[in-house]
Design a protein around this ligand. Structure first.
Ligand SMILES: O=C(O)CCC(=O)C(=O)O
Ligand SMILES: [Fe+2]
Length: 336
């Protein structure tokens, strides 16, 4: 696995261009690379993992209080998430943008918008610090990737103003006699997936395979959920201290017409419980994304996000409210 160091800033120097090309080329061959964490990033990551252990250590009824019918932020019990019709055994706290009840997007009934049901101040402070830190890395990476793709340096970061960045704070139980399933094979939805894992291991990714057909997850008839679940090649992502793993999401595949592929990945349970932080660097909810080469096509990011979350959580109160209040019609109007 290749590991890169990010510069303090990305302005388009020759060194930046060379690095950008290396990042793109590494994704094209390996589907993933690592970025070395700074001492400060490492400190903030460990603090977030400590808060995560503290929260997940509570009883399920206690944790289940932190759910909202406005947003997908909050607690997701083991077995609640569904990938390709099968339950995942990860236990999750999702942090989506924390939108106050007074915000017009909430008062106007936009799907997925609302305040985060934070467990407490310590948790909120740690997760916000983590989001800020990986968010900065995400912006640098997008500028480098734009250089590597030979488009304008701000072509990708233009999409992330008021980005719908979100975080999944995950705990995986140790495997049992009945299951090894952590999370089924899937791709994630936006621009970048930036993840930190503890030393237990369990993540597998599928690199690009020349000639292999890949689906376009943003089209309802081409879901990537469950794709190649039991077919090799899958590469184990060996846990390494002080790194973030980084791979492309669906929107980068769309933007580049499939030159960069949204990396399929899955999690197998280990003999010990496992803690990870999966961060998603995204366009803003209301952005309509168009391909870099000018092809006539588009994705409304907020629609893709909402489709994916309603698919993963068919029974959640948030999904029920979206359907009961006709919030998908509201979304259709917004996207036009
Ligand atoms: O736990 C991991 O390593 C990855 C988690 C993941 O794929 C996700 O949260 O979407
Ligand atoms: Fe994922």
């Amino acid at each position: 696995m290749r590991t890169f160091e990010l510069p303090d800033s990305v302005s388009g120097t020759t060194v930046d261009r060379i690095l950008g090309r290396q990042l793109v080329r590494t994704w094209e061959t390996d589907g993933i690379f690592q970025v070395a964490a700074t001492a400060e990033q490492e400190r903030i990551t460990q603090e977030a993992l400590t808060e995560s252990r503290r929260f997940f250590g509570k009883s399920v009824p206690e944790k289940a209080k932190f759910v909202s019918d406005l947003t997908y932020s909050g607690y997701i019990a083991s077995g609640e998430e569904v990938t390709a019709g099968e339950a995942d055994f990860s236990e999750i706290f999702t942090v989506c943008p924390d939108v106050p009840l007074t915000d017009t997007r909430v008062t106007e009934g936009w799907p997925c918008h609302g305040p985060v049901p934070w467990p407490d101040d310590g948790y909120r402070t740690a997760m916000r610090a983590y989001l800020r830190e990986v968010g900065e890395a995400g912006e640098k990476l997008l500028r480098l990737v734009a250089l590597g793709l030979e488009v304008e340096i701000d072509r990708l970061t233009r999409l992330t103003r008021d980005g719908w960045h979100h975080l999944r704070v995950l705990r995986f139980p140790a495997r049992s006699a009945t299951t090894e399933r952590g999370i089924g094979a899937h791709t994630d939805y936006g621009l970048l997936v930036i993840a930190a894992q503890d030393d237990v291991g369990g993540l597998f990714i599928r690199p690009p395979v020349p000639g292999e057909p890949r689906r376009r997850n943003w089209l309802p008839e081409e879901s990537t959920a469950g794709m190649y679940q039991d077919d090799e090649p899958w590469h184990f992502v060996e846990p390494e201290p002080r790194v973030f793993t980084v791979f492309p999401g669906d929107i980068l595949q769309f933007l580049t017409g499939g030159r960069l592929l949204s990396t399929p990945h899955k999690v197998r349970l280990a003999t010990r419980e496992r803690y990870t932080l999966a961060y998603f660097h995204e366009p803003s909810f209301s952005t309509t994304v168009r391909p870099l080469d000018g092809r006539d096509d588009r994705i409304h990011y907020g629609t893709h996000f909402t489709n994916m979350f309603t698919r993963c959580y068919p029974d959640r109160v948030t999904t029920q409210r979206i359907h009961e209040e006709g919030r998908l019609d509201r979304l259709r109007a917004l996207s036009q």
